[in-house]
Ligand binder design. Structure first.
Ligand code: HEC
Length: 159
């Protein structure tokens, strides 16, 4: 009879643990801004799981190797016209490049400021072919800045 006791106790303990409410995840302001404004398409960790939306994780910082690439990140229509104000958008872009982007940004790259973002987003890239612009940027980044060839393809897939 006594041998049952530890088992019963273990059962009671594990049931008690399972009954606890799940911890509610807490997000910083920049994390929730990213999730609400960008994460729906790009994924909470920058993995889009879609052939139509580029992955950001471990890659997006390469664009900061050129000033045209820097403008591209802010001028993309989904970025430039987001509902976030300049301050919040610059925080999201810094989070995107240095947290989600891992070590992909060059060591010399400077963080986005609200005034830079305000100036760049005033000229959204909605008059150009994003596909052509991106292809040109990516070829330069692969050829001259050691970006991985997988940057050519969305969602780490081949076309
Ligand atoms: C409605 C879906 C959607 C939302 C919301 C969205 N994006 Fe995108 N994003 C895309 C698509 C699609 C592309 C591919 C280029 C294009 O067609 O705009 C893209 C491209 C990008 C790129 C270029 C990456 C590359 O490898 O070329 C960056 C950076 C980016 N988005 C950042 C953001 C940020 C930051 C936000 C939030 C402020 C955001 N996006 C919101 C769909 C979205």
């Amino acid at each position: 009879m006594k041998r049952w006791l530890p088992c019963l106790l273990a059962l009671a303990t594990s049931t008690a643990v399972a009954a606890e409410p799940a911890a509610i995840p807490s997000f910083s302001k920049v994390q929730s801004d990213y999730l609400l404004a960008c994460g729906g398409c790009h994924g909470e960790n920058g993995i889009s799981n879609s052939r139509l939306v580029p992955d950001l994780a471990g890659l997006v910082g390469y664009f900061l190797n050129t000033s045209e690439g820097r403008h591209y990140l802010v001028g993309l229509p989904n970025v430039a016209t987001s509902a976030l104000d300049d301050e919040a958008l610059s925080d999201v872009l810094n989070f995107m490049v240095w947290e989600i982007g891992g070590t992909s940004a060059p060591a010399t790259a400077e963080r986005f400021t609200a005034s830079e973002v305000g100036a760049l987003r005033a000229h959204p890239l909605n008059e150009v072919s994003l596909k052509d612009l991106r292809r040109r940027l990516v070829e330069t980044l692969v050829a001259e800045y050691e970006a991985p060839p997988s940057l050519r393809y969305y969602g780490n897939t081949t076309p």
